[in-house]
Design a protein around this ligand. Structure first.
Ligand SMILES: *Cc1c(COP(=O)(O)O)cnc(C)c1O
Length: 390
């Protein structure tokens, strides 16, 4: 297929609009849709991802976003949800039942970790978390009841890479489905469906929307599976509001353009900090020193704006670094136009003790930087000044 490019992001949903309508789709700020025709109304009620029955079932603003995202992911179809966790939970619940087994990763988003260690086990669904850097770990964790392998690459916050070809092939051989959380990569940098995944999902709160003003999620893949996710979504009710869908569409229009700058800024910051005397390690898949750089280069075409930096001076150095930054502000999230920074050891102090953080692979001196789309040179001088003497 051709590259997911700026042209597709701008025009992919044209088929969703009627001729003679506005160039920019209106916000269908309506919870419900009317019909004078009894039969048409009944048909609308059962149409997966339809757009003219009831907004929890679907909405024209959802349909525009889904059309663009499906095109960018090279998927048959897509759907949107109220958050990334809404997409994850709805998708997982649509694919597994009590007694089934799910394999996830040890390095994974905090909400996904809770899903694996808390919610799913409470529902009688067994879970195992493995080191994603070794495909053999997935093979060893497979049981006859394994129905789903839940992947995340690059992973949050350590930027570890999962070999998508190897692990999806392995799962297929065991009749297990694979779902990939591709939030850090976006379809601009990585297209998991082309590498063998059954479904790809996103926290659209991050890069897809790109402006830190919407909470949203999305899932893309074959219609047969998306129908099941949609049916479950009607029950979980993780419905994206029409205005938020409209904002998400507006954000998606510039995704490829923004990703170019995020990729360049992520690389520039990683290179600038890598040789700094106060820095023990920079985790960024675009660095040749990343232990999985070759794999990343094989399955990704760019590496995004997120990097994790480990300071030799530990917790204190990480705190001082964030306090000194001029542009990146301390805030959770990533993928917006503005740079952000978090110090997980400090952010989770009220929730996890040092041992729990260590078990999750998070040292006290780790800072996660999410490069925005500011001028690279401004960000580089800013982080170098903040790291001075640390
Ligand atoms: C933020 C994030 C999520 C959760 O998304 P929300 O939109 O906050 O619900 C899931 N996965 C990854 C990798 C994330 O970064």
């Amino acid at each position: 297929m051709s590259e997911p490019d700026q042209t597709r992001a701008v025009h992919a949903d044209r088929g969703t609009s009627r001729d003679g309508g506005p160039v920019v789709p209106p916000i269908h700020q309506s919870a419900t849709f009317h019909s004078a025709d009894e039969r048409a109304f009944a048909a609308a009620a059962v149409e997966p991802r339809g757009q003219d029955f009831y907004t929890r079932y679907g909405n024209p603003d959802h349909a525009h976003v889904a059309a663009v995202l499906a095109e960018l992911e090279n998927a048959e179809t897509a759907l949107v949800t109220a958050s990334g966790m809404g997409a994850l939970t709805t998708t997982v619940l649509s694919l597994v039942s009590a007694g089934d087994h799910v394999i996830g990763q040890t390095s994974t988003y905090g909400g996904t970790a809770s899903l694996l260690t808390n919610l799913l086990p409470r529902l009688g669904i067994h879970t195992t978390q493995v080191d994603q850097t070794d495909p053999q770990e997935f093979a060893r964790a497979m049981t006859p009841r394994t129905k789903l392998v839940l992947l995340e690459t690059p992973s949050n916050p350590l930027l570890r890479i999962t070999d998508l070809r190897a692990v999806t092939e392995l799962a297929r051989a065991h009749d297990a489905r694979t779902v990939v959380d591709s939030t850090f990569a976006t379809p601009v940098n990585q297209r998991p469906l082309e590498l063998g995944a059954d479904l790809v999902l996103h926290s659209a709160t991050k890069y897809l929307n790109g402006h830190s003003d919407v909470s949203a999620g999305a899932v893309a893949g074959p219609a047969e599976l998306l129908d099941r996710v949609w049916e479950t979504g009607v029950v979980t009710g993780a419905t994206l509001g029409p205005f938020d869908a409209w904002l998400l569409l507006r954000g998606l229009r510039t995704l490829p353009l923004r990703m170019e700058r995020h990729n360049a800024n992520g690389q520039a910051l990683a290179e600038a900090l890598r040789t700094h005397p106060g820095v023990t390690a920079v985790h960024y898949p675009g660095l040749e020193s990343h232990p999985q750089h070759a794999l990343a280069a094989e399955q990704m075409s760019g590496y995004g704006g997120v990097l994790a930096v480990e300071f030799t001076g530990g917790y204190t150095a990480a705190s001082t670094f964030i306090e000194r930054l001029r542009y990146p502000r301390r805030a959770a999230s990533l993928g917006g136009v503005e740079s952000l920074a978090v110090h997980p050891g400090a952010m989770w102090a009220g929730v996890l003790d040092e041992q729990q953080l260590a078990d999750a692979g998070i040292p006290p001196g780790l800072v996660r930087l999410a490069a925005g789309i500011e001028e690279s040179s401004d960000l580089v001088s800013d982080v170098l000044a903040a790291a001075e003497g640390l």
